[in-house]
Write a protein that binds this ligand. Structure first.
Ligand SMILES: [Zn+2]
Length: 191
């Protein structure tokens, strides 16, 4: 399967579309490499545009990037729970809730009767937020949402899609994060 260009090159556990979009959005922050696409305006514009989440020629303003990062971390807080981690603290999901209140979704019916949801013209990020929220909603309805998880290694928290039969996967990668955390816990018990 060929990945869309906006999926990080190191992705080994991709979610199905359109949930892959949410996963890749969360993974614009890379804890392993200490890099954040949404900190650099030109890089953020290129990535968000390629992913269909940004519809302006200009680069995002600092406030727009700040909003995008806060929404991203809200989603990650929920993915931590999906991975068996602790529930979000009050406020952790606030940015996502606020985004849902700010955007103005509009229902459209095409000539073939297909119903779609667009965003009323607003900020250049609005349509992207609607797209992300709908992808989350659809995944919650079809049962794939619970499989999108944040890695249990607190230094990593990479979003991965758990295709395992048991749905008990906790690590983006067992060989790196899984063993690293297990060894750390083992050492703590031995002390
Ligand atoms: Zn990891």
């Amino acid at each position: 399967m060929t990945m869309p260009p906006w999926v990080p090159g190191q992705e080994t556990k991709p979610a199905p579309m359109p949930l892959l979009l949410v996963q890749s959005f969360v993974n614009t922050w890379d804890g392993d490499h200490r890099s954040d696409v949404l900190l650099d305006p030109p890089a953020a514009r290129d990535w968000l545009t390629a992913a269909g989440l940004w519809d302006a020629g200009r680069a995002p303003e600092p406030a727009e990037l700040d909003l995008a990062r806060r929404v991203r971390e809200s989603i990650r807080a929920i993915l931590v729970v999906n991975g068996g981690g602790t529930s979000p603290a009050p406020g952790d999901v606030h940015a996502l809730q606020a985004a849902a209140c700010t955007v103005r979704p509009v229902l459209q019916v095409g000539p073939d009767g297909q119903v779609s949801v667009a965003a009323e013209p607003g900020g250049p990020l609005d349509a992207g937020l609607v797209t992300l929220l709908l992808a989350i909603r659809d995944a919650q309805r079809d049962g794939t949402w619970q499989r999108l998880k944040a890695c249990g290694n607190p230094d990593c928290q990479w979003a991965f899609y758990d295709r395992s039969h048991s749905r008990a996967g906790a690590w983006c990668d067992m060989a790196t994060c899984g063993n690293r955390i297990k060894n750390r816990r083992l050492r703590q018990r031995q002390h």
